[in-house]
Design a protein around this ligand. Sequence first.
Ligand SMILES: NC(=O)c1ccc[n+]([C@@H]2O[C@H](COP(=O)([O-])OP(=O)(O)OC[C@H]3O[C@@H](n4cnc5c(N)ncnc54)[C@H](OP(=O)(O)O)[C@@H]3O)[C@@H](O)[C@H]2O)c1
Length: 168
Amino acid sequence: MIVSLIAAISENRVIGVQNRLPWHLPADLQNFKKITKGKKFIMGRKSYEAADKLCSDAGNVVITRQHDYKVAGGDVTAISLQQAIEKLRGEHEVFVLGGAEIFKQAIERADNLYITLVHAKFIGDAFFPEIDTDIWSVINEADFKADDFNPYDYSFIKYGRKLAARRG
Ligand SMILES: NC(=O)c1ccc[n+]([C@@H]2O[C@H](COP(=O)([O-])OP(=O)(O)OC[C@H]3O[C@@H](n4cnc5c(N)ncnc54)[C@H](OP(=O)(O)O)[C@@H]3O)[C@@H](O)[C@H]2O)c1
């Protein structure tokens, strides 16, 4: 199974503040929908509770240590990232949506990183882990300027794990 992380991050690696995104960037949302269409999501309990959370119509696994945590509709819970991945066995590709705690644990298992780099610095309380260039290489990148709808320059960058850094 391909495990892909997908995140929008600022130049100082901020991904969130007070359990929400620090920016409004409609182009990122459109790109997110295109990339993740039809795929199942894994996310941390706090991201699942965010006002601006993103859920998959195909299904969502919410990671929590709470055994009685209630999720909506066809969503399910898992007590660890490993269990979340096991619950999605048989899927070709799944997306890990964050937040910071989950990205920190999942980057070691990830095959791809789909990053929207927001070309600005933000104050935040949730961060994406360092992207180690000994492990990750850029597969493709597209750069865009701010426009009437998107107030910051931004880049869509796909990273793949280098062959020499293949997971054991
Ligand atoms: N920019 C982006 O692309 C993006 C994407 C997603 C989220 N975000 C932002 O990220 C922030 C939220 O991140 P966060 O780090 O605070 O929270 P989070 O990663 O979404 O969720 C943390 C929760 O996940 C559960 N958890 C974590 N590790 C676990 C483990 N090993 N086993 C079992 N459960 C585990 C715990 O839930 P319990 O407490 O229930 O046990 C923990 O409190 C928000 O600001 C959000 O807006 C940004």
